[in-house]
Design a protein around this ligand. Structure first.
Ligand code: PEP
Ligand code: MG
Length: 892
């Protein structure tokens, strides 16, 4: 707490750019005041004061005097004192944080009323009913929010008063009814708190201010901040504003308005108005509001003025604004404005509309939309109006809405989908064996595993809906059913899963398709006469982004189909082709042979059998990506992933032995499984280590790449293959692999007579690689940051386990606001990336730098990679538009 710090600002002293200090509401009230709009006078207590209070439990020492000075000034201006008995000044005390947290924090109106001043107000207003109504509202709000009395008690008393009078709306209660109600409310306060409702107006105000500070840490507010990723240490400002009254009769009222439709973006008169009411009545839905357009016939003068103010605000803020206003006896007052929330679709439409109106330029338009909004627009969605039966909830791992019959194994998933059924594959967790089933399914549901579990990563890669880690589900694969809180779901029962919310439903929830994906897929053209407005807006915004972005965007794709989709979505190459998927399915047997080989001959034979198949994969991929770079990563995962499960195999062998018909191959397989078994396979024999201990494995892959490239060149294609070595920790590993690879490439060149320019590079996905990047760059023509493994190894977090085990607790405790597997941890992992990029470039100035971990498609991370100076990001095909947009936003 600094001595000269100013904790209170008059509305005339602030402006809209001071949101950090004055909160959104305070900054905008100041802005409107300075625009000359009719704002009731008042002042704002800063978020800094709140922070001091939250940190120390005490308000800053200087605050009381500062508030007194501002209150004096306000009283002079208004010509009356707070709570003055014959003609009281009344104020509202409202919360207002930097980011809007609607309804999450406290507000108290009518501060300054007491048993005495209510009479003064009554005389001044010439309206007894109004004065007592205001007083009962104060006791109710103050009792509930400041003194912590159960709000239901007041509601019940109000209902009883209405019932006793046989009326349904509160306006039908007259002054004497309200006087009785006030008595009762005061009793409720007394019995709930053991003290009387405070009669001293300044005490009311001070307590209300403190209550607003405290409400920053209320449960609702904390939960909301966590969901919206609002930091927990910002604090709230407090606005003290002289009261104006919408409940002074039929020529008074209160309303909300939008300068354009927050759902469609269209300009027009949108909002609601409620005659003879105070602010909270509109939100609480106590009486029915009328459309804002009706205000024209109720009070033309105020209506016209409001329309004019709305125009002023739009031109001033250059954006959709929402507004709260009150009319007091025919006089219009502005109580709040802010740049309004809008749907994802409206954000795109409004941004382009404002460009057309000449209010903003293209660079600004890019700041008006987000990648998250675009992602939302790309997923098919469940129809919100539908009737649903919720079963449970898991982690929203890969967005989208999927409906299908429950199946509990991949074999059934494939079989049923071949016969035209839509299925949801439900597993405890998935493994590479489930790939076929995952491809066949509409969506994937697991009861275990977090956002980087196999199911989640693979599903995101395929753009397939996935809910994982739904722990309430008891999946019983054997009996082909699951039980969820007592409900049994059998194979064939229809379920619906929402990968954007993690919700799981029983039965079919209807789905609506996304026109934006139809557009990216080329099935809908933005120029077409019937193209909807949304598609046109997305088309234009994407063009702005592509024009300004510096980062290139590549795809993580390992087959031609994904590559082609990625191209349609705007990919400028493949940044990561994982070759492990090329070793599954029917090729698995060959891989088994390779692993079991006892002699060089046996091993070579196994490799020879794999070579043409690998080559064919690459030919297809290079053709799909003709003219664009394709980074092929040599085999990465531990070998045990290609072998049967150790327990299952042990049981099988044991049973066979008991029957005395154990088969030789199974026995050898079991031995191999034991030999390859590791406690920490992710830290074991994988990546470059495999290439170094299994002779011929990497050279076979390099040969397949080189031969495929030669074949494409001979077919007049333009293959641009790059070979990437995974999990390198030291330059020596890379040097050995590089030498062998260069030999093979030279040999293929000599034999085919085709000149091949194959860049050789490495992943940087171990801390040691990042720390020795200067040396590694000697042997690498490019770096691709593998931020999945890098995050795992820098934090020491198992990427397959932690999200389901302790991340929830970490998120709740605020240790991090978002999983570091989702958004790059800038301070830790990010700083390694930044330094390694610089060190690599110092060694080799033309070193190409990219990232291919999941972070490559995460909006916030894309901004970071832009800032660090990488050349490209690589992400799953479905995230490419989002990465393009965010790369544009980062550069604009
Ligand atoms: C990584 O580690 O970031 C990476 C891209 O490789 P993988 O996810 O295949 O381990
Ligand atoms: Mg990796």
């Amino acid at each position: 707490e600094n001595k000269d710090q100013k904790f209170v600002y008059d509305f005339t002293e602030g402006n809209k750019d001071l949101k950090d200090l004055l909160g959104g509401k305070g900054a905008n009230l100041a802005e409107m005041t300075n625009l000359g709009l009719p704002v009731p006078p008042g002042f704002t207590i800063t978020t800094e004061a709140c922070k001091v209070y939250l940190d120390s439990g005490e308000e800053p020492a200087a605050l009381r005097d500062e508030v007194s000075a501002h209150l004096d000034a306000l009283e002079q201006r208004m010509g009356k004192k707070l709570g003055q008995t014959d003609d009281p000044l009344l104020v509202s005390v409202r919360s207002g944080a930097k980011f809007s947290m609607p309804g999450m924090m406290d507000t108290v109106l009518n501060i300054g009323l007491s048993d005495k001043s209510v009479e003064g107000l009554s005389k001044q207003a010439g309206d007894e009913r109004f004065a007592w109504d205001s007083y009962r509202r104060l006791i109710q709000m103050f009792g509930k929010t400041v003194l912590g009395v159960d709000g239901e008690l007041f509601e019940e008393a109000l209902d009883e008063a209405k019932e006793a009078k046989k009326v349904t709306v509160d306006t039908d209660l007259d002054a004497s009814d309200l006087k009785k109600l006030v008595k009762q409310f005061k009793k409720i306060v007394k019995s709930g708190t053991g003290r009387d409702f405070p009669q001293d107006p300044r005490e009311q105000m001070d307590l209300a201010i403190k209550a607003v500070f405290d409400s920053w840490n209320g449960d609702r507010a904390k939960l909301y901040r966590r969901q919206e990723r609002i930091p927990g240490d910002l604090g709230t400002a407090v606005n003290v504003c002289s009261m104006v009254f919408g409940n002074l009769g039929p020529d008074s009222g209160t309303g909300v308005a939008f300068t354009r439709d927050p759902a469609s973006g269209h300009q027009g008169v949108y909002g609601d108005y409620l005659q003879n009411a105070q602010g909270e009545d509109v939100v609480a839905g106590i009486r029915n509001t009328v459309p804002l357009a009706d205000l024209e016939s109720i009070d033309k003068k105020s209506y016209d003025q409001l329309m004019q103010i709305m125009e002023t605000l739009e031109t001033h803020y250059k954006d959709l604004c929402d507004i709260e206003f009150t009319i007091e006896r025919g006089r219009l007052w502005m109580l709040q404005t802010r740049v309004g929330k809008r749907t994802a679709g409206a954000a795109f439409r409004i941004a382009t509309q404002l460009v057309d109106q000449g209010l903003i330029d293209e660079a600004e338009a890019l700041q008006r939309v987000t990648g998250a909004q675009l992602a939302q627009l790309m997923f098919p969605r469940f129809d919100e109006a539908a009737q649903v039966e919720k079963l449970g909830r898991g982690i929203a791992a890969s967005p989208g809405a999927a409906v299908g019959k429950a199946v509990f194994d991949s074999y059934t998933a494939v079989k049923w989908s071949r016969s035209g059924e839509k299925v949801i594959l439900i597993r405890r967790e998935t493994n590479p064996d489930d790939l076929d089933g995952m491809i066949a399914a509409e969506g994937i549901l697991t009861s275990r595993g977090g956002k980087t579990s196999h199911a989640a990563v693979v599903a995101r890669g395929m753009g397939k809906t996935c809910v994982c880690g739904a722990e309430e589900l008891e999946v019983d694969t054997k009996r082909r059913r699951m039980t969820v809180n007592g409900t049994v779901v059998e194979e064939g029962d229809v379920v619906s899963i929402d990968g954007s919310t993690g919700k799981v439903y029983l039965g079919e929830v209807p789905v609506v398709p996304s026109p934006v994906v139809e557009y990216f897929e080329g099935r809908m053209h933005a120029g077409a006469d019937d193209a909807d407005e949304l598609v046109q807006a997305v088309h234009r915004i994407m063009a702005y982004a592509d024009r300004v972005r510096r980062l290139r965007v590549r795809a993580n794709a390992d087959n031609a189909e994904d590559a082609l989709r990625a191209r349609r979505f705007g990919a400028q190459g493949i940044g990561l082709c994982r070759t492990e998927h090329m070793f599954l399915g029917e090729r698995r047997e060959m891989v088994e042979k390779l692993i079991l080989a006892d002699t060089d001959d046996e091993r070579e034979e196994a490799l020879k059998a794999l070579l043409p198949l690998q080559k064919k994969d690459f030919v297809e991929l290079f053709e799909a990506m003709d003219g664009l770079p394709v980074t092929v990563r040599l085999l990465d995962p531990p070998l045990h992933e290609f072998l049967p499960d150790i327990t299952e195999l042990s049981v099988r062998v044991a049973l066979a032995e008991a029957r005395k018909d154990a088969n030789e191959n199974d026995l050898r397989l079991l031995q191999a499984v034991h030999r390859l078994h590791e406690q920490n396979p992710m830290l074991g024999l994988r990546g470059v280590r495999l290439g170094l201990v299994i002779p011929g494995l990497f050279t076979m892959q390099v040969r397949a790449i080189a031969e495929a490239a030669a074949e494409r060149k001979n077919a007049k294609g333009d293959p641009r293959a790059e070979i990437m070595i995974p999990l390198v920790g030291t330059v020596q590993e890379l040097e050995i692999v590089r030498e062998e690879a260069e030999e093979v490439i030279a040999e293929v060149q000599a034999r085919t007579g085709v000149e091949l320019k194959l860049a050789l590079g490495t992943m940087i996905e171990l801390p040691r690689a990042a720390l020795t990047a200067a040396q590694i760059a000697e042997a690498a023509e490019f770096f691709s940051f593998g931020t999945n493994d890098l995050t795992q190894t820098v934090w020491g977090f198992s990427r397959d386990d932690v999200e389901a085990s302790f991340f929830t607790a970490y998120l709740e405790k605020g240790i991090f606001g978002v999983s570091p597997f989702e958004t790059i941890d800038k301070d830790g992992v990010g700083s390694l990336v930044r330094n390694a990029a610089a060190a690599g470039r110092a060694t080799r100035p033309d070193l190409k730098l990219g990232v291919c971990g999941e972070h490559g498609g995460d909006p916030e991370s894309v901004h970071f990679f832009h800032e660090v100076g990488l050349d490209y990001v690589s992400c799953s095909p479905f995230r490419i538009p989002v990465a393009r947009l965010e790369a544009g936003r980062a550069a604009a």
